[in-house]
Design a protein around this ligand. Sequence first.
Ligand code: AP5
Length: 217
Amino acid sequence: MVIVLLGPPGAGKGTQCKRIVEKYKLVHLSSGDILRGHRANGTELGKKAAEFMDAGKLVPDQLIIEMMAGAIESAGGNCVLDGFPRTVVQAAELDKELSRKGQKIDAVVNLVIDDGVIENRLTGRRSCPACGAVYHIDTLKSKVEGVCDKCGGKLVQRTDDKPEVVKQRLATYHQQTAAVVGYYADNGRKILDIDAEKSVDEVTSLVIDKLDSLAAV
Ligand code: AP5
C-alpha cells in the first residue's frame, strides 16, 4: 500500500502523516526528515543537500529518487510518502519504481491551503530533532515551553523556517511541485483534495473519510 500526501510547505503533511500511519499501520516516509537525518549524521548526501535546503530550493532529483527508492524498499512497500514526489520527474520515476515491484500508488491526498496561512504556521513551528514531534507556539504548544512532551528533547526552530526562506520554499512549490498534482490527474489518478485550513482534527477526519470511501486502505 502506497499513499502519496501532497501539499505546500506547512500544509500539515507531517502532522497528518503521523496520524494516518497510526490508523492504517503504514510507515511514514518523509523525504525532509530523512534528509535532515543525513545532515545530522554528516553523510555525503547530507552535505550535498544542505545548501539546497537552507536556500529553500529542491535537492537534485537523482539524489532524492535513489534515497526514497531505498526507503520504500526498507518499508516493504507499505508507506505514506510525505514530501515526495516533489517534481514531475520524481513522480514519473516513482511510478516506474513501483511498477517494477508490481505495485502502484493506491491514493493521492492533496492538502489545499492558501499561501497566506502558511507563513504563520511555519515561522511558529517548533520541532523535536530527537523524536520528530512537531509543535506550534500558538496552536499546538508543548506543556513546558521549549521541551518535547513525548521524549523531553529540546525543541528547535528549523533553519528553513525563517521568513525569508519560507518565501523561497513557497515560490519553489509553485514553480516545481504544484505540477505534480496535474501529473497525477493527467495519468487518471483520483486526487483527494482536502481543505487543510481546518483544525488538525478536522483535517484528519476529512482525510480518513476520503481514504475509507475510496476503499484504498
Ligand atoms: P520538508 O521537510 O518536506 O518540508 P516541507 O514540504 O516544506 O513541509 P514542512 O515539513 O515544512 O511542512 P508540513 O506540510 O509537513 O507541515 P507540518 O505538519 O510540519 O522539506 C524540507 C526541504 O528538504 C525542502 O525545502 C527541500 O530542500 C528538501 N526536500 C525534501 N523533499 C524533497 C524532494 N522530494 N525533492 C527535492 N528536495 C526535497 O505543520 C507545520 C506547522 O503547522 C506545525 O507547527 C503544525 O503544528 C502546524 N499545523 C499543522 N496542521 C495544522 C492545522 N490544521 N491547523 C493549524 N496548525 C497546523
